[in-house]
Design a binder for this molecule. Structure first.
Ligand code: SF4
Ligand code: SF4
Length: 219
C-alpha cells in the first residue's frame, strides 16, 4: 500500500454488519465470503481524514494504521475535491474484471463528456476477446459512438499508470492498482440483461461521469 494511512479491523470485535463497507465509496472494503466479515482490499483508496467507517462501526472495531487521521478534512463525498498531483490532465482508469461492458462504456463516456478535464482509460484483470455486443449496440444508438472502432479489451498493465482509479463495482476481484484517488461506483453488471437495464446502467455511468468531472476540475 503506497499511502501511509488505511483502516484496520479488529476481528475479535467485528460482528460482520458490513456498515463500514456500505459507508465507504472508495473501494476500500469488500466482503470476505469465507468469514462473512469485511476485509481491506484497497487501502490506498482510503480518503485521509474521512473517518466515515470508524464512526459507523457499532463496536469500535476500526482503527487507522499509519497516523491518527487528525488531518481533519471537511469530507462529504459529493463535494470532496481530491488534490491530484500530476503532469497535465489526470489519467483516470475505469476498472472491472473483464473490461467488456461497464468499464468500456465508462471509457467511451469519459472521452466524450470529460476529455477537457481528464484522460480516460479502461482495463480489466482478466480479458474477454470482445466488447459486450449489447453495450456496443446501445452506445452506438444513444451516443453515435462505435466502441468497436475506438476501443479494445485491455489489461491493467496495458494502460498508463493511473492517477485516479474507478472500480465499476466488481465483486469478484479488484486489483490493487496504485492511485492518488479511488471511487467504487458499485454498479451491477448488466451483461445478459434487457435493454432497459442496460439503459439504466448507462445513465448511471453518465451521471457519475459528470460528478467525477466536477470533482477533478481544478478551474
Ligand atoms: S475512512 Fe472513509 S474512505 Fe477510508 S475506509 Fe473509512 S469510509 Fe472509506
Ligand atoms: S462496521 Fe465494524 S462491526 Fe461492522 S463489519 Fe465493519 S468493522 Fe465489522
Amino acid at each position: 500500500m503506497s499511502k501511509a494511512w488505511y483502516p484496520e479491523i479488529d476481528y475479535n470485535k467485528c460482528v460482520g454488519c458490513m456498515a463500514c463497507n456500505d459507508m465507504c465509496r472508495h473501494g476500500v472494503y469488500k466482503l470476505n465470503e469465507e468469514t462473512g466479515k469485511p476485509k481491506v482490499v484497497y487501502g490506498t483508496g482510503c480518503v485521509h481524514g474521512c473517518h466515515g467507517c470508524e464512526k459507523k462501526c457499532p463496536v469500535g472495531a476500526i482503527h487507522y494504521f499509519g497516523d491518527d487521521g487528525t488531518l481533519d478534512i471537511d469530507y462529504d463525498f459529493d463535494s470532496y475535491k481530491p488534490e491530484i498531483k500530476c503532469e497535465g490532465k489526470p489519467k483516470v482508469a475505469f476498472v472491472c474484471v473483464h473490461n467488456s461492458c461497464r468499464s468500456q462504456i465508462a471509457e467511451a463516456l469519459g472521452k466524450k463528456l470529460a476529455s477537457d478535464v481528464f484522460e480516460s482509460y479502461s482495463a480489466g484483470t482478466e480479458l474477454k476477446d470482445h466488447i459486450n455486443p449489447d453495450a456496443v449496440r446501445m452506445i452506438k444508438k444513444i451516443y453515435g459512438i462505435d466502441m468497436e472502432e475506438t476501443q479494445h479489451n485491455k489489461l491493467i498493465e496495458d494502460i498508463p499508470s493511473p492517477d485516479v482509479v474507478i472500480f465499476m463495482g466488481c465483486n469478484v476481484s479488484c486489483p490493487n492498482v496504485p492511485s492518488q484517488y479511488a471511487e467504487n461506483w458499485g454498479l451491477d453488471d448488466p451483461s445478459g440483461k434487457s435493454d432497459e437495464e442496460f439503459g439504466k446502467t448507462i445513465q448511471a455511468i453518465e451521471e457519475k461521469m459528470h460528478q467525477l468531472k466536477k470533482k477533478l476540475n481544478t478551474i
